[in-house]
Design a binder for this molecule. Structure first.
Ligand SMILES: CC(C)(COP(=O)(O)OP(=O)(O)OC[C@H]1O[C@@H](n2cnc3c(N)ncnc32)[C@H](O)[C@@H]1OP(=O)(O)O)[C@@H](O)C(=O)NCCC(=O)NCCS
Length: 169
């Protein structure tokens, strides 16, 4: 075991590497994915995540990697500490058509927050979509997550639609 990975050790931000997940490495984000959806639930996301939620996410996305889906992993000393999933979508013709880069999942482990990893992940996705001539980016953020909203506003995002939900008994 790497002795630098003992509890409490946070590697310096400039040693964090971003890499694009392949079919073999996608599974490594499982603990981060689970922590993201626990965080989303704690902040008001109503939808309930099944026990095999990560397996369904992983198995659904893996065949699309490198085509319509890109997952960036932030690694500290070879260990995943953050990730971002981006998906290409096409707007319906009645909304003008064209491709959209949809940021579906972003997470940085608590010990590594506030060091710029979230910004780097968002910049990597934006650069990648810009290089593909995709002009519109979308994301959804839980209404009760002001910290993430603040970051997105700082990065130039703005509100467009508000998603409302109701559970019917
Ligand atoms: C939102 C999140 C991805 C940002 O990642 P990060 O690596 O901390 O982001 P950065 O260091 O690049 O930027 C920090 C900014 O994020 C915001 N932020 C959100 N939570 C934060 C935290 N716990 N600590 C520090 N900054 C936080 C602040 O606005 C901060 O801006 P500032 O540096 O001007 O104060 C991360 O806090 C996270 O994973 N949160 C829990 C999951 C989540 O909310 N995901 C987004 C779902 S839409």
């Amino acid at each position: 075991m790497n002795p630098n990975l003992t509890a409490g050790h946070v590697p310096p931000a400039d040693t964090i590497q971003l890499r694009i997940a392949d079919a073999a490495s996608l599974a490594s984000v499982q603990p981060l994915w689970n922590a993201l959806y626990m965080h989303q639930t704690a902040h008001g996301m109503v939808v309930s995540i099944p026990a095999n939620g990560f397996a369904l996410w992983h198995d659904g996305l893996r065949p699309l990697l490198g085509r319509f889906v890109t997952v960036w992993i932030a690694e500290a000393e070879g260990r995943p500490v953050g990730f971002l999933c981006g998906r290409e979508r096409v707007l319906p013709g009645y909304f003008g058509g064209g491709s959209v880069g949809f940021i579906s999942d972003v997470f940085v482990s608590e010990a590594h927050r506030g060091c710029g990893i979230g910004r780097r992940l968002m910049a990597a996705a934006k650069d990648s979509y810009r290089a593909k001539n995709i002009k519109r980016l979308e994301l959804q953020v839980v209404a009760g997550n002001p910290d993430a909203r603040r970051l997105y506003l700082e990065l130039g995002w703005r509100d467009e639609l508000i998603q409302m939900v109701q559970q019917i008994e």
